[in-house]
Design a protein around this ligand. Structure first.
Ligand code: DX5
Ligand code: ZN
Length: 218
């Protein structure tokens, strides 16, 4: 069976303590650190940009998974690559030239992710598989943590797993992952689970034990 990775989203962390939060979640068993970049344009919320990613980077020993919810994308790819991202995901819906965007991410030497919103089908993904290391299926509408998992996305995950076949491409699930929904997405074929509120609830940098218990429970 597939090895499942847990990628806590620091969208649910203490924004005044990103360094300590990243160290805490890794010490508590996180496989990847998921970094949500929002621009107030592609999504109705704003987080931070490449300078913050660069500041966080030295506090992450492992894999930094940067989810760009921004439009346009291309003019910022270099900056996020230089900030130390290991993988950069861009949204299929962020512009008319996603193929060029994925090529540009690959050209930096970083891994490329393709994120798709709940209302987007997987037909277009078929034409992009040669350019991606991961497809990120959004199981909430992007912009905010703590939203309810959209169950209709499970069929899409199953179809995507079938389409990917034995290509070395991760399927990441982002949004509403909990103890209850995690088994469903894993059964449908996902292997990277982003979790924000479900990881950070009940804990803090001074009391990180709950992070570990939450990660273990997912
Ligand atoms: C939503 C973000 C997610 C979010 C997940 O736009 O891309 O990464 O932080 O948060 P939870 O796990 O709380 O749904
Ligand atoms: Zn995300």
């Amino acid at each position: 069976s597939r090895q499942i990775k847990i990628a806590p989203s620091i969208l649910a962390a203490d924004f005044a303590n990103f360094g300590a939060e990243c160290r805490a979640i890794e010490a508590q068993g996180a496989d990847w650190v998921h970094v949500d970049v929002m621009d107030g344009h592609f999504v109705p919320n704003i987080t931070f940009g490449p300078a913050t990613c660069a500041a966080i980077r030295p506090h992450i020993k492992g894999f930094m998974d940067v989810h760009l919810m921004i439009a346009p994308v291309d003019s910022y790819i270099e900056a996020f690559a230089e900030a130390g991202a290991d993988l950069i995901s861009a949204h299929l819906e962020a512009g008319p030239h996603i193929h060029r965007t994925l090529q540009a991410i690959r050209a930096t030497g970083k891994k490329a992710g393709l994120a798709i919103n709940p209302g987007t089908g997987i037909e277009a993904v078929a034409h992009l598989l040669d350019l991606v290391d991961m497809v990120c299926v959004m199981t909430v509408n992007p912009g905010f943590g703590g939203q309810k998992f959209i169950h209709s996305q499970l069929d899409k995950v199953r179809a995507l797993r079938k389409m990917i076949g034995d290509r070395p491409i991760h399927i990441e699930i982002d949004g509403g992952v909990t103890v209850e929904t995690a088994p469903l997405v894993v059964a449908a074929g996902a292997d990277v689970l982003v979790a924000g509120s479900a990881v950070f609830k009940g804990g803090s940098v001074d009391n990180p034990g709950p992070y570990g218990a939450n990660i273990a429970a997912i």
